[in-house]
Design a protein around this ligand. Structure first.
Ligand code: S5P
Length: 277
């Protein structure tokens, strides 16, 4: 597969989306394909995590609607850390409504995501109108369209997900035809993705040794609520992941910073193996 063998640097040059080029260049220069999922319920904890893992990540992924104490000040502090450590912020909102509604959810309300998140996630289910909705919102906001992009959730990591077959191929096709605002795809495989600029983000990543207890039996690669895990090696070499999302594998570690460093190293080694000629 041509695309998967190509270095991030040359894919950045071929990209037709400014944000995807920015991500690919950041990944190449910082030498990290790790995205940390900050699924914590308190803003101090999220900021502490961002500061600890900041040096080792390219993207910091949030779910701000799970925070008990969201504030504008939190956003400013997170943006400050993003500047200091050089990472991008992705709000994993998984928008899934008609364009008009998604536009309101993106640029208004108490979170005002369009104002601060470099990247957002979007379900493909409404069709292209959802992308037009987000673009429309940005055109009427103070954020620059070229400083924002979305990732289409094409295929989920969870057990018995419905994102299969013709839905999955149509979701990838949507991403490929809308690179004006789509920087990447959230998926479990590279099948069907051909554009060199599109970045594949793959969640459901955890090393066996970081799943304390359960995995000592060697078999448990799930979390009991449908999440399914693969190793860093496997997602990069067998599934085509460009960026791997690690949540609890890092947030539940004794030292999130050491764990992030370890995941970064494992992922980068696998990437080098993948692009090696
Ligand atoms: O298919 C998906 C898509 C996403 S974005 N499966 C996922 O798990 N995610 C997100 O990745 C999920 O919302 C969570 O924030 C993270 C996985 O967390 P972990 O603790 O299971 O590593």
């Amino acid at each position: 597969e041509e695309r998967l063998k190509t270095t991030f640097e040359s894919r950045a040059e071929k990209s037709s989306n400014a944000m995807s080029a920015k991500i690919l260049r950041l990944v190449a220069s910082k030498r990290t394909t790790l995205c940390v999922a900050a699924d914590l319920s308190n803003t101090d904890k999220v900021l502490e995590l961002a500061n600890a893992v900041g040096p080792y990540i390219c993207i910091f992924k949030t779910h701000v609607d799970a925070l008990e104490d969201f504030s504008k000040k939190f956003v400013q502090e997170l943006q400050q850390l993003a500047k200091v450590h050089n990472f991008l912020i992705m709000e994993d909102r998984k928008f899934g409504d008609i364009g008009h509604t998604a536009s309101l959810q993106y640029g208004a309300g108490c979170f005002n995501i369009a104002d601060w998140a470099d990247l957002v996630t979007v379900h493909a289910i409404p069709g292209p109108g959802i992308i037009d909705g987000l673009i429309n919102c940005l055109e009427n906001s103070k954020s620059q369209l070229s400083d924002r992009a979305c990732f289409i959730v094409a295929e989920m990591s969870s057990k018995d997900t419905l994102t299969t077959g013709s839905y999955l191929s149509a979701a990838i096709k949507l991403a490929e035809t809308r690179e004006d605002f789509v920087a990447g795809i959230v998926s479990q495989s590279a099948t069907g993705i051909s554009s060199p600029g599109l970045v594949q983000l793959t969640p459901g990543v955890r090393t066996i040794s970081s799943q304390n207890g359960k995995e000592r039996n060697g078999t448990s690669r799930e979390d009991g609520l449908g999440q399914q895990y693969n190793s860093p090696d496997h997602v990069v070499l067998e599934r085509g992941a460009d960026i791997a999302v690690v949540g609890r594998g890092i947030t539940e570690a004794d030292s999130p910073s050491d764990a992030a460093k370890l995941y970064r190293d494992l992922l980068w080694k696998a990437y080098e193996e993948r692009v090696a000629v």
